[in-house]
Design a protein around this ligand. Structure first.
Ligand SMILES: [Zn+2]
Length: 317
């Protein structure tokens, strides 16, 4: 993703919490009564590398097809029930794109309550933020913008089979085809899934979106739509992060609303979904929508911190 909706709000919502690095006080704010879920950052890193090795996963490309097959096979191997939602979606210029969402379900002993976790697996066809104007028409590798969210979901899935929680991991397609400075063509896969969810009466207690969750030095502010439509889950994740020692990267600051898949899920499906996305007063990372979004940008520590925070939240709520 993404584009900013109300970036000016940043100026009035960032009065606190500019410290990026863990202080001694923050490091000691660990609640020993919380059992941190098992999550392996090295495993998540390997899942990220695997996707990047396919090359840019632009919808309808060979690399995209191969990556989709790999996600499906990996989920099945890890014990999930996999279903595919496939349909054409139409871009603003009339072009149709074949959209393939992958839904991998873990049914736990508690089948009455369900959580939905989402990330996009497609990558952007253009590097429109790249400083080299000659390479802006080339597709990006999307190590962070795409692969990192999928990687954390797969590692979460690996650690949730056979437990009590029922979780739908939704790998959405066609997220990143929006034009720069335009509202159109973003998040078409999550829109398709959300329409299906609404029409079929699908229910989940809450949702969590993972987007750009693996970069070195990333910090995560709360995002305004998440706080408006999913305040309990958003505040809950950030509170838990502080309890288990990740208050340095999950910052107690709310910044302006952004276009991302959670918007479709909140507004169309009516499921309160929080967006966990690298986001600070400067916007997204320097690599965002550039050719610098490669594996050099990915940190096992960031994957570990986000993965164990989100998974611990799900296992305890
Ligand atoms: Zn993007």
């Amino acid at each position: 993703m993404i584009r900013y909706k109300f970036f000016f709000l940043v100026l009035i919502t960032t009065l606190v919490g500019c410290t990026r690095h863990k202080t001694t006080a923050e490091a000691q704010e660990v609640n020993p009564t919380v059992t941190v879920a098992t999550f392996n950052g090295d495993s998540a890193y390997a899942y990220c590398q695997k996707q990047v090795d396919f090359g840019p996963r632009v919808p309808e490309s060979n690399a995209h097809r191969q990556c989709a097959e790999w996600i499906i096979n990996t989920c099945k191997r890890l014990g999930a029930q996999v279903s595919i939602q496939q349909a054409p979606v139409t871009l603003a210029d009339g072009k149709k794109i074949n959209c393939k969402n992958i839904i991998s379900s873990i049914t736990g002993t508690d089948s009455l309550h369900k959580v939905v976790v989402m990330a996009h697996y497609d990558t952007r066809p253009w590097a429109d933020q790249d400083p080299n104007t000659n390479r802006r028409e080339e597709p990006i590798l999307g190590a962070n913008d795409g692969a990192s969210g999928v990687a954390i979901m797969l590692e979460m899935l690996r650690n949730t089979t056979g437990k009590d929680k029922s979780i739908d991991f939704v790998f959405v397609d066609v997220e990143d085809m929006g034009k720069r400075n335009s509202d159109k063509d973003w998040c078409l896969g999550s829109e398709l899934w959300s329409q299906w969810a609404k029409e079929s009466g699908y229910h989940a207690d809450y949702g969590i979106l993972l987007d750009m969750v693996g970069a070195e030095g990333a910090t995560f502010a709360k995002e305004a739509y998440s706080m408006r439509y999913a305040p309990a889950v958003t505040s809950g994740i950030w509170h838990l992060a502080k309890q288990i020692g990740h208050g340095d990267i999950f910052r107690e600051t709310t910044l302006g609303a952004i276009t991302d898949d959670h918007e479709k899920v909140n507004l169309i499906a009516g499921i309160p979904m929080a967006d966990v996305i690298q986001y600070d007063e400067h916007g997204f990372g320097y690599y965002w929508h550039t050719h610098a979004d490669d594996m050099r940008n990915i940190s096992t520590q960031t994957l570990q911190a986000v993965g164990e925070t989100v998974l611990t939240y799900i296992m305890t709520h």
